[in-house]
Ligand binder design. Sequence first.
Ligand code: G
Ligand code: G
Ligand code: NA
Ligand code: MN
Length: 245
Amino acid sequence: FKTDLLIKTAFEKDLFVFYYQPYFETETLKLAGLEALVRIKKNKKLILPSEFINFLENSPYLSEFESLCLKKNIEKIKKWKIPISINVSSQSFKSAQFLNLLTHFKEFFSQYPYFLEIEITEHTLAENIEMAKEIIETIKSLKIKVILDDFGTGFSSLNYLKDFPIDLLKIDISFTRDLVKDPKTYYIVESIINLSHSLNIKTVAEGVETEEQLKLLKKLKCDYVQGFYLAKPMSEEEIETLFKL
Ligand code: G
Ligand code: G
Ligand code: NA
Ligand code: MN
């Protein structure tokens, strides 16, 4: 009930804001894109998704939220001319409404091909295995990139790489965390990166927190890096100041 009211108020008073966490080319540390992470700005305080995203994703407000998320982030792409990835829930991914919504922006996607990136998890693919291929193909035909988030934490990951045209694979934070101290993790990450590259899929390591992790990821030729060591999620204003936009 409390969360319901929070969400309702957020729509009514336009309190949804997006924070942006950059990711970078590993080799050059050049900015490669921004991940949009939603917050609710209430009484000058930021409410994190852990407080409301689960509720929102299972509520009747979801399609309104997806619409808002797309509109706000498409505006940012036009303004900044930087690729932006959005996190899409399993519920949205499989809904006809969401695909419809994407189709509304067809014109935009052809003007800014592959600037919008959609992050889905293995869990989402597993839940929608029958429809997923078709959905992803529709998404890709609109010139939207598909990112597989939290890779390595779900089941039968290798099937997904075989069956779905993924553009980018995000190596889960749990691998990055153990990369330096655990040789097994190092070899697993090395294999994920090499396998991805053989399949023409780029890799991004999430949760990079140390110089040592970055060094190893460079050595392993991971394409992109993201994490607190490089940049935290930031407000629009902070992004504009940092990247002189
Ligand atoms: O922003 P934070 O780092 O606290 O993100 C926590 C979780 O919330 C992440 O797993 C992320 O995928 C999810 N999340 C953040 N923004 C969105 C969004 O706009 N839509 C959906 N569906 N999930 C989001
Ligand atoms: O599930 P998803 O990958 O979308 O979640 C993104 C979440 O990861 C956000 O809550 C973001 O704040 C968090 N995050 C991003 N970089 C780091 C990091 O370097 N360390 C930790 N612990 N969390 C991170
Ligand atoms: Na994500
Ligand atoms: Mn992740």
